[in-house]
Every structure is written in C-alpha cells, then in structure tokens.
Ligand binder design. Structure first.
Ligand SMILES: [Zn+2]
Length: 58
C-alpha cells in the first residue's frame, strides 16, 4: 500500500489517503478519485505528488 498526503481544497485540512498499490497505473500520470473524510466530497488527487486536479497552486 502507498499513501498520498493532499490538502482538501474545501476545508484546507491535510488528508492522508491510502492508495491501492497498482504498478500498472503507477507508470502513468495518475489521478485517483478519493473520498475525502474532511469534507465528504470526492477529489481527484495525483497519486505521485498529492496535487489536486485543477489545482493551479504550486
Ligand atoms: Zn475534501
């Protein structure tokens, strides 16, 4: 299992999410659709960087 740390855009909370260890998709630029425990919404999170899809901030 791998995990990613991202910041919830709605609450600003840091959220740690566990990812299924998938070596096939790990070779690609992959966004995971994750259920966010902080805001109960779904976010697309880049599993390699923790950036959210559409997040323009560096
Ligand atoms: Zn959230």
């Amino acid at each position: 299992m791998a995990h990613v740390l991202y910041q919830c855009p709605r609450t600003g909370m840091k959220v740690q999410a566990w990812l299924k260890d998938d070596s096939e998709s790990a070779a690609q630029a992959t966004f995971e659709l994750l259920h966010c425990p902080a805001c109960s919404q779904m976010h697309f999170v880049d599993r390699r960087t923790g950036h959210l899809l559409g997040d323009k901030k560096e």
